[in-house]
Write a protein that binds this ligand. Structure first.
Ligand SMILES: Nc1ncnc2c1ncn2[C@@H]1O[C@H](COP(=O)(O)OP(=O)(O)O)[C@@H](O)[C@H]1O
Ligand SMILES: [Mg+2]
Length: 363
């Protein structure tokens, strides 16, 4: 009865081993999944040789730690920087982001001009570039916006992954945060991006000690940014702004709050058109579907298109005849997929009320 679980575990291990080099984080997750399955098998009363499976679980658990940033485990400090800094400037530009013109304008003012018109800011004695915190429902383009901002300003993009920063060893997470800022100073122009910052910048009053230390270090580093000398800006993004320690909003830290709302009509049209490209769709008008999908996130729209493709695909599996997806398929897919942003607004309303921050994060 454990054959399927065992086959699945082997599948995870295989996939993990092929990813070790290119995506050690994913490989580590997959090895951990594999270990979990072996533990399940070992704990199953019907398993013949539980010791064997227990050992396998331990082996893969070890492996899942070992493939992770070797820099962390082996104290090879140089490559953590390599891990953090994307080799190139991201290739997403504002043109790839549909609509959201107000947000783009704000980003130009806050991120691009401070780089491109530095002398003007200097002349008027303005500190260029305060930190920016983007917030809003998931799947609506926060990560995309940050990358596009780096692209538009020609800045190196330092994409900070929480999993790279957080370490089990005392003091190491703080060290990693320092290294992120050091890495930024080595570039002529850079943007440090803390994606999903809620997982490292949570409220100290509700956190464990090691989180408190990380939060304090991040605050210290932000305070040390001298925007007249430093050529980098800091951007953060979160779906749960109410979880962030309010100290991060003081002047000079993330003092600019920017809502990234769900895509408007032109944005939805652009996202949909992107999804139709190179796929078998026929007789479909993105504008019509955009008009019917107010409140849908970018991720919702992508899922909708995939659902619509599944319909003729399943037909083809039984009849052997392929046909493109049409408007009828889209309509049917629409019945099964609601907007996911509505529930975010309900939760946000409740949580912001609870923390007394309704006037801070508006929508
Ligand atoms: N305005 C937009 N224009 C084009 N694509 C978008 C837009 N908003 C979201 N998307 C699509 O949705 C996906 C999720 O966006 P992402 O930036 O990861 O969202 P978030 O970081 O807010 O959760 C993107 O990869 C993109 O395909
Ligand atoms: Mg994101």
């Amino acid at each position: 009865m454990n054959y399927t679980a065992e086959a699945e575990a082997r599948g995870y291990a295989q996939a993990a081993s092929s990813l070790e080099k290119d995506d050690p984080h994913r490989a580590s997750e997959l090895y951990a999944e594999c270990a979990k399955l072996y533990t399940q098998i070992a704990n199953d009363l019907e398993t013949d040789n539980p010791e064997y499976y227990k050992q396998r679980a331990e082996d893969y658990q070890d492996l899942s730690k070992r493939v992770l940033p070797r820099s962390i485990n082996e104290g090879n400090a140089k490559s953590i920087k390599e891990n953090l800094v994307m080799a190139q400037i991201p290739d997403i530009s504002f043109a790839d982001i549909g609509g959201l013109e107000d947000v783009k304008r704000e980003i130009r003012k806050a991120i691009i001009y401070p780089f491109s018109h530095k002398h003007i800011y200097d002349y008027y004695g303005k500190k260029a570039g305060q930190g920016i915190l983007m917030y809003g429902p998931p799947g609506c383009g926060k990560t995309m916006m940050a990358k596009a901002a780096a692209h538009e300003s020609g800045a190196a993009f330092i994409n900070v992954r929480t999993s790279t920063i957080m370490s089990r060893y005392v003091g190491e997470s703080e060290q990693h945060i320092k290294e992120v800022f050091e890495a930024a100073r080595e570039h002529e122009k850079a943007i440090i991006f803390f994606d999903e910052i809620d997982s490292i910048a949570s409220r100290r009053s509700e956190s464990e000690d090691y989180i408190k230390r990380v939060v304090n270090e991040l605050l210290t580093q932000l305070d040390g940014v001298d925007t007249s000398n430093d050529n980098f800006l800091v951007i953060a993004a979160t779906n749960t702004p109410w979880l962030i320690d309010p100290a991060f909003r003081r002047p000079g830290r993330f003092s600019k709050l920017l809502l990234i709302p769900e895509p408007d009509q032109p944005a939805r049209e652009a996202i949909l058109s992107n999804n139709f490209k190179n796929k078998p769709f026929a007789g479909i008008h993105a504008a019509d579907i955009a008009a019917m999908t107010a409140g849908y996130s970018g991720a919702d729209l992508t899922a909708l298109c995939e659902d619509a493709l599944d319909l003729p695909l399943h037909e083809a599996l039984s009849t052997g005849n392929t046909r493109p997806a049409n408007m009828g398929d889209i309509m049917q897919a629409l019945d099964g997929r609601q907007s996911s942003t509505r529930s975010w607004y309900i939760e946000a309303e409740r949580e912001l009320d609870k923390y007394g921050e309704k006037d801070t994060f508006t929508f």
